[in-house]
Design a protein around this ligand. Structure first.
Ligand code: BES
Ligand code: ZN
Length: 400
């Protein structure tokens, strides 16, 4: 249920030369900072507020104190201002959360059995390949959507994707996706299913990078998110090398513009909802390289994700990987899974560590390969992705 605070809404809506901007953040955090909300969703513990620069700073400081990242989501998306109506955003989120609550009760017991073929495929994941892709991507000065050359890496990345598809003899389409809210493109590939091609099993991560430093504009983004981008490519390589057409269609996205407000994924997810696409599930990989919570430990993002898929991930982990998985909340839509979740699609998102053990060097020129980078840790994420594609792509499991 959304509560709208009209008096406050009027008081805080932009008028004339306003210097505040709409953000979405954890409601309890906003309250603790005495920042008035124009709307709040109690179940989701999310609120919309118009904040000035000082309040943005307060939110960031408070979130960092809680061991979190940015702490809020900028609703003034895109190159143009006010692309989004914050109240509509909150309503969409509210619907998605209500649906997720309902699903939790309706949730059937979805069980996957150990599969020897999947186990064999998972063994093929190669940490050196991951390193090679991260070296390649992090060698660009930046992959920033508002930078001088936002698409420099797109064509070379597409060549790498085409290269891993070479021995795949079934129908597929690799495409460059242009956007309205950013000059930066996304990349998508569809491997068409042979039994229920309209059913989509989706995997994604963002390809762009950012630096928040005012002086050093280099944004290698090795961990955030060359690592996840490499995980997708490695999972695809092994899937394609097996050369078995899936029953359902599999789609993999390397999104643009994530770092400026989930721009690429927001457009794609909105279009899929508008076109009534049958999205069965969405997996997101954002950061896999630095094992901040320990070598055998990963996180699983609990907000803006779906219970039955988080549970499926635990089963995949038990069958094929064997890590300790700790659930944690971002407190806001911290990556592209939130774009899909907002449109009512089912999501899950494994993460390199937990919120309070996150790599502090992201969004700086120091997000490079260094002695804390662990490509064997990162390899686990390609294993989970590959097992997810093989199981979900070849079954009629669904959460609805
Ligand atoms: N990789 C981060 C997100 C992240 C941070 C996930 C911490 C899990 C834990 C992502 O690229 C990012 O920076 N997101 C922004 C928000 C986005 C809406 C611009 C953030 O967290 O500030
Ligand atoms: Zn980031």
């Amino acid at each position: 249920m959304i509560q709208l605070f009209m008096a406050m809404a009027l008081a805080h809506f932009p008028t004339g030369n306003f210097t505040s901007k709409p953000v979405m953040a954890e409601a309890t955090l906003l309250k603790s900072l005495n920042i008035p909300m124009v709307a709040e969703d109690k179940a989701a513990n999310v609120g919309v507020a118009y904040v000035n620069a000082r309040q943005v700073h307060e939110i960031s400081v408070a979130s960092h104190a809680l061991g979190r990242c940015g702490g809020y989501e900028d609703l003034e998306l895109g190159d143009q201002k006010a692309m989004v109506n914050p109240l509509e955003e909150l309503q969409a989120l509210s619907r998605a959360v209500a649906q997720e609550e309902a699903n939790r009760y309706l949730k059937r017991n979805i069980k996957i059995d150990y599969n020897a073929e999947v186990a064999e495929a998972v063994k093929e994941v190669n940490a050196d390949n991951l390193r090679e892709t991260v070296v390649f991507l992090s060698s660009y000065p930046d992959r920033y959507n508002r930078g001088p050359s936002p698409n420099k890496h797109i064509e070379p990345m597409m060549e790498r994707i085409a290269a891993v598809m070479q021995n795949y003899s079934h129908p597929y389409e690799l495409r460059r996706i242009r956007h309205e809210s950013t000059k930066q493109d996304s990349i998508g590939i569809t491997l068409y299913g042979n039994q229920r091609p309209e059913e989509l099993v989706i995997l994604g991560g963002h390809l762009d990078s950012i630096t928040q430093s005012w002086t050093n504009k280099i944004a290698p983004g090795a961990d955030d998110n060359a690592s996840g981008s490499a995980n997708l490519l490695e999972a695809l390589r092994i899937f394609a090398a097996n050369n078995q057409q899936p029953q359902r269609s599999i789609e993999i996205f390397w999104y643009g513009g994530e770092e400026s407000g989930l721009l690429g994924s927001a457009e794609i997810a909105k279009n899929y909802r508008a076109d009534n696409m049958e999205v069965i599930s969405v997996m997101q990989i954002d950061m896999s390289l630095v094992p901040g919570a320990g070598k055998g430990v990963i996180g699983s993002i609990a907000d803006f994700t779906t219970a039955w898929l988080r549970d499926l991930m635990l089963q995949i982990n038990d069958h094929y990987v064997g890590l300790e998985v700790r659930e944690f909340n971002c407190g806001y839509g911290c990556s592209d899974h939130a774009s899909w979740f907002r449109q009512g699609f089912a999501t899950f998102a494994p993460f390199e560590a937990t919120m309070n053990t996150i790599n502090r060097r992201i969004h700086t020129s120091d997000d490079v390969i260094d002695d804390r980078s662990d490509f064997l840790h990162s390899a686990n994420f390609s294993k989970i992705a590959l097992a997810y594609l093989m199981h979900m792509g070849n079954s009629d499991i669904r959460g609805f």
